[in-house]
Design a binder for this molecule. Structure first.
Ligand SMILES: *Cc1c(COP(=O)(O)O)cnc(C)c1O
Length: 398
């Protein structure tokens, strides 16, 4: 069974001729989104439990973000960072006061935030210290520094030589980290919960142990919260679940409610190492992103969406744990807030395809992990509908 393509031959022909084919695409042309619903050009409606690849944590076209962007477009679209704008300062303050204090550098994406983090930790420590320890199954982005930081060989094939200085440890293995630290090490970089790597939760004590190693060996701890940050896990930032404070944190994905934006936050005593002339981003912290970023934080607060994320999380957990008991196909159910991974003993791509046919959008990562990154604004009935469809599909596949 397959769904009727909503793309026309003309559109596909245009892509074939003019768009580099570096993405696998479903034969669906999306034209409109509202909350957790999207529509294709054939008028078909979908329930989206993976909106915007994690960027649309507030759902599609969240009204406060739409209003803020519309107003800002009329006022000022872009000015470079040689000028002050009230918006960028306000945005930085809102992020700082919701996290560990400190200061922000703004950019446009997750990979760019991680590049800034790599530069910052190298600049902040003596020049003979340049090595950064990262973790297998991690994902830090597609630019070359971030690709080298990403300890998955499939992303390295054919693009070498990689940027030097990264050392990889198994996720969760503190002993391996201790062995890798030497006098050339300057930092440890980790996602508090691995996203693309399969929604892998840190073993108990792991993040605390990394903090302790950093403190003992005078290393900087970088948390890549590009996927976990800004409310995704039911706290503003995932580190707040574990009581472990990083020195540097990177953000993007849901930071601006679906508008492109990224940020690096670091403690005030470290921040000056990113000195004038040493790093920059032309579009970083631009008025549109800043207006959207502020509206995003305010919407989460006004609508008490952190609380909502926790309620939804409990619902998904109970549904999927129950399902795992009935359906031998499902292995581990890994959930923190609205980061959800179901380990399945089946072809994950086939599950995604079957869900699509049933009007449900989900993702598969690492071949056998069904990943959901639902919006905080998902309604009870939408959550129920999504779980029902996924349960149905999984029981058919088994
Ligand atoms: C998506 C992601 C990135 C890369 O972000 P881009 O905006 O695609 O550059 C980096 N780190 C993590 C943890 C991510 O999930």
């Amino acid at each position: 069974m397959s769904i009727e393509p909503s793309t026309t031959d003309a559109i596909r022909d245009q892509f074939d001729r003019f768009v580099i084919p570096n993405y696998g695409r479903f034969p669906v042309e999306l034209v409109r989104g509202e909350g957790s619903r999207v529509w294709d050009s054939a008028g078909r409606r979908y329930l989206d439990l993976f909106p915007g690849w994690g960027c649309n944590l507030l759902g599609h076209c969240p009204p406060p973000v739409v209003a803020a962007v519309k107003a800002q477009v009329d006022q000022l679209i872009h000015v470079p960072n040689t000028w002050y704008t009230a918006l960028q300062g306000r945005w930085a303050e809102l992020l700082s006061t919701r996290s560990f204090g400190g200061q922000a550098f703004f950019c446009n994406s997750g990979t760019e935030a991680n590049e800034a983090a790599i530069k910052l930790v190298r600049l902040h420590t003596p020049s003979e210290r340049f090595k950064i320890i990262t973790f297998t199954g991690g994902f830090h982005g597609r630019t070359l520094g971030a690709t080298a930081a990403t300890a998955q060989v499939k992303y390295h094939e054919g693009i070498g030589p990689l940027m030097a200085g990264f050392r990889y440890a198994p996720f969760g293995d503190l002993e391996a980290v201790r062995k890798l630290v030497d006098e050339e090490t300057c930092a440890i970089m980790v996602e508090p919960v691995q996203g693309e790597g399969g929604v892998n939760l840190p073993p108990a004590g792991f993040l605390e142990g990394l903090r302790a190693i950093c403190d003992e060996r005078d290393l900087l701890l970088i948390f890549d919260e590009v996927q976990t940050g800004c409310g995704r896990t039911g706290e503003w930032f995932a580190y707040q679940h574990f009581g472990v404070v990083p020195d540097v944190m990177t953000l993007a994905k849901s930071l601006c409610g679906g508008i492109a934006g990224g940020a690096l936050l670091t403690k005030a005593e470290i921040a000056p190492s990113l000195r004038p002339g040493m790093h920059a981003s032309t579009f970083g912290g631009n008025p549109i992103a800043a207006a959207a970023g502020i509206a995003t934080l305010e919407m989460i607060e006004k609508q008490q969406l952190l609380e909502r994320a926790r309620v939804l999380s409990d619902y998904f957990r109970s549904r999927f744990e129950e399902l795992a008991e009935q359906c031998s196909l499902i292995g581990e159910v890994r959930i923190l807030g609205l980061m959800i991974g179901l380990q399945v003993d089946a072809d994950g791509a086939a599950v995604v395809q079957r869900c699509l046919e049933e009007g449900l959008l989900v993702n598969c990562t690492q071949e056998r992990v069904i990943r959901l990154l639902p919006a905080m604004t998902l309604s009870d009935s939408e959550a129920e509908e999504g779980c029902n469809i996924l349960s149905q599909v999984l029981s058919e596949v088994s």
